[in-house]
Ligand binder design. Structure first.
Ligand code: IPE
Ligand code: IPE
Ligand code: MG
Length: 261
């Protein structure tokens, strides 16, 4: 996607000693960057704060990464905000997260509008508390016609639930005669996923050092490159993103074939 060179240069002007924007090739920015935003709780605990403070700080980090991706011309930024398993957390934490999602979304809508960002949700948002759901639906409607970056927020998302839903939709189409069993191929599955209109992520970033996928985008990450950093999500910033992209650009992506070099 096109980006504004002046805004880009201004946003990345002051850089830390170990990295600068010259370390990445702007012609090879990944189209779709995906973040598993992990470590809010541990970030807070390490500072003697409540987990809720960690989630609030995590939202600020997401705001920075959204802006950084817009400045770089990333087409799609997806972010794992709440998994189908996160309902197992204490009710108070779940309630706080749902409240924060609604509140932040309202607060951030002007930014999304200003930056021409289109929002979509991955996951079953119909199961969210009414207020959160209403705000999300309003945001969807308000940003639907935007033509800039797509921000795909995974909320009440689980890849197994997504894949079983796709299987159910295929079964219904086959049972009703709309789809022949022999036509069930990769694209029949992909078109029934929440990500049906998105390219697969080229780069998946997981913060807080965990070496696992935690039921995220199992189908879509078949050939994604992984970048795992020990940084807790609230400390992840534009430079963390630049480091991740620099690492991504150093990888030899073979897709089962032989190296291009
Ligand atoms: C990620 O941070 C945010 C959500 C899963 C909602 P965590 O809350 O998982 O933080 P840790 O892993 O306990 O540090
Ligand atoms: C993954 O983080 C889900 C999100 C970031 C929303 P978790 O903290 O829930 O994952 P586990 O429990 O460490 O696998
Ligand atoms: Mg976690």
């Amino acid at each position: 996607m096109k980006y504004d060179v002046d805004k880009f240069n201004a946003y990345f002007a002051e850089h830390p000693a170990d990295i600068s924007i010259d370390d990445i090739d702007m012609a090879r920015i990944p189209r779709h960057v995906s973040c598993i935003m992990d470590g809010n709780g541990r970030w807070a605990t390490a500072r003697g704060l409540s987990r809720g403070e960690g989630h609030k700080a995590g939202i600020l980090a997401l705001q920075e990464v959204i802006t950084a991706c817009v400045r770089m011309g990333v087409d799609v930024l997806s972010a794992y905000a709440f998994s189908t398993e996160n309902w197992n957390r204490p009710q108070a934490e779940v309630n706080l997260l749902m409240h924060l999602f609604a509140k932040t979304f309202v607060d951030e809508l002007p930014l999304l509008k200003r930056e021409n960002v289109r929002v979509e949700f991955l996951g079953d948002i119909s199961a969210l508390p009414k207020k959160t759901r209403d705000v999300f639906e309003y945001g969807l409607e308000q940003t639907r016609s935007h033509t800039g970056m797509t921000l795909a927020l995974a909320v009440n998302y689980g890849a197994r639930a997504e894949l079983t839903r796709a299987a159910r939709l295929i079964a219904e189409d086959v049972a009703s005669g709309r789809l022949a069993p022999e036509d069930v191929d990769d694209s029949a599955v992909a078109s029934r996923l929440y990500t049906s209109d998105l390219p697969d992520p080229e780069l998946v970033i997981r913060t807080s050092g965990e070496m696992r996928v935690s039921n995220y985008l199992l189908w879509q990450i078949a050939y994604s490159e992984f970048y795992i950093t020990d940084t807790y999500w609230p400390d992840f910033d534009r430079w963390g993103l630049v480091r991740a992209i620099a690492a991504f650009q150093g990888r030899d992506r073979r897709f089962g074939g032989l190296s291009a070099q």
